[in-house]
Each structure stands twice: as C-alpha cells, then as structure tokens.
Design a protein. Structure first.
Length: 265
C-alpha cells in the first residue's frame, strides 16, 4: 500500500521504535511507516488502517507492537475474532495487562457477554491502572445491557469515578454511558441530567452527548445549506410566477438525532 512521502516512520512512539530495533534497519523503517499509517487512519478510515496493519503484520509478526496495532485495526473494523487473537498474541509476548478491557469487549462483539463479565471479575483487573479499570467497568456495563440487565448495568456504572467532579480523560464517556443506560431504562429526567454532565466534560467531542441532549429537549437544527437552497428556490419562484403561481417550495429541517454507540466501551 502507498505511503505518503511525508511519513518517515519517526512519528511513532519511542517505545515502539525501540521494539523495532530487533529488525534490520530497512525493514524496521518500513514497518514503522505502516504503523504510522495505521495510527493516522484508524479513526477516519478504519478499512485503510486495517490494510496497513496487515502489511506491518506480514513484515514483522513477532513484534508485539505490530500485533497490538493489528488488533486495534481489526477491532475498528468489527473483526472481533481476529482482534482478540492479535491482542492475545501481544499479551503473550509482553505480559502486559493493559489490553484486558478491549479483549473483554471483543468477547462482547462475538456475542459472549458472559465471558466479558467473567473477565471483569478476574484478578487481572486489579492490576490495571485507573483508566483501565474505568474502561473495564464500561465493558462490564455493556455486557449487562447485552444480556438485557439494564438495572445491573446502571449499578455497574455507579462508582467514585462517576460521582467525582474531577474531569479525567474517561469522564465524558463514563457519564455518557450512564446517561444512555438511564434513558434505556426509562429514567428520562436522570438521563437528561447526566447527558448534560457528559457535555460539560466532553471538551474534544469524543461523544455525541450534545446531540442526545438536544434531541431530548426537542431542539431541531436546520441545515444551513438546505436553507440557502430553499431561499434560492423561493426567489426563482418569484421570478417565474407566470409559470406556476402558488407553488410551495420549502427547506428541509433535520432534527438533531443522536448516534447511540453500539458499545458502551
């Protein structure tokens, strides 16, 4: 797959670069460039990111960072069985426990929420840092919802991290998941309150909490382009009154629809 000329491979994390030192320099550079492309594209074009991850995997399958990147690329494309296999391989190579929550979420993706819950109760969870433990809580709540256990999902998300006024990288997603679970349980008043709290914490737009809140409040947004086109059509109608008096032309108003996440994790 083509690599842009401005991608040198030096952009990757220094720890990954160190892992690649076990390879011949030319090969290491090629792998690094493909890993850079995975990181650049995984959000905006996950299919392309997956393609680059397969190239890196073909070149250096014995490098843990490559297996991890391939896992995340597969995960982004909902190839959960493949992602889980790659994550397991990376963990065997490093002994690192950080991938435990996303591995559990792969189990959810494979239709095995019970297995995800087993992982949420495993000793490995206690070895995770705070961010990892919050992520595991989100996965466990999602698994409860998969099983139709809404009340249990709500209780799972209730935690000191949820109650804290301190805004951390996970705060917006945790509040969003809690609000979404409350809404699914028919507790609309509480859900609105927590969507609003999610908006307060979501400085980088990692959730669509603002859209969900607007939807609950009955706010409608008019597409500016549609409105402009509508005005143009109306002007045209005035100029062509002899051809069609009384013809109605109106713009379309798009309501603010939320984009519920498939997963809480």
């Amino acid at each position: 797959m083509p690599i842009p000329e401005d991608v040198t491979g030096e952009e990757i994390d220094k720890d990954v670069r160190q892992e690649l030192q076990s390879l011949p320099k030319t090969l290491a550079d090629d792998v690094a460039k493909n890993l850079v492309m995975v990181a650049k594209l995984i959000d905006e074009d996950p299919e392309a990111a997956y393609g680059y991850s397969r190239v890196a995997l073909r070149l250096a399958s014995r490098v843990a960072a490559v297996r991890e990147a391939a896992g995340f690329a597969a995960y982004a494309n909902q190839k959960y069985s493949e992602a889980l296999a790659e994550f397991r391989a990376a963990r065997r190579m490093t002994g690192n426990i950080d991938l435990w929550p996303v591995m559990a979420d792969c189990e959810r993706g494979l239709g095995r929420p019970e297995k995800a819950l087993d992982m949420a109760g495993a000793p490995e969870v206690h070895k995770l840092d705070k961010a990892g433990q919050v992520e595991m809580r989100l996965v466990a709540a999602g698994a409860r919802r998969d099983m139709g256990q809404l009340d249990a999902a709500i209780v799972t998300l209730q935690s000191p991290e949820l109650a804290s006024n301190s805004v951390q990288p996970w705060t917006a997603r945790l509040r969003y998941a809690y609000a979404d679970a409350l809404l699914a349980a028919g507790r609309e008043g509480e859900a609105r309150e927590w969507f609003a709290k999610a908006v307060e914490a979501d400085k980088d737009g990692s959730t669509d909490a603002s859209d969900r809140l607007a939807e609950m409040d009955g706010v409608e947004f008019v597409d500016a382009l549609d409105e402009s086109e509508s005005e143009g059509d109306m002007g045209s109608g005035r100029e062509e009154q002899t051809e069609g008096l009384g013809e109605e032309r109106g713009g379309s108003a798009a309501s603010a629809e939320g984009r519920p996440e498939d997963r809480d994790s």
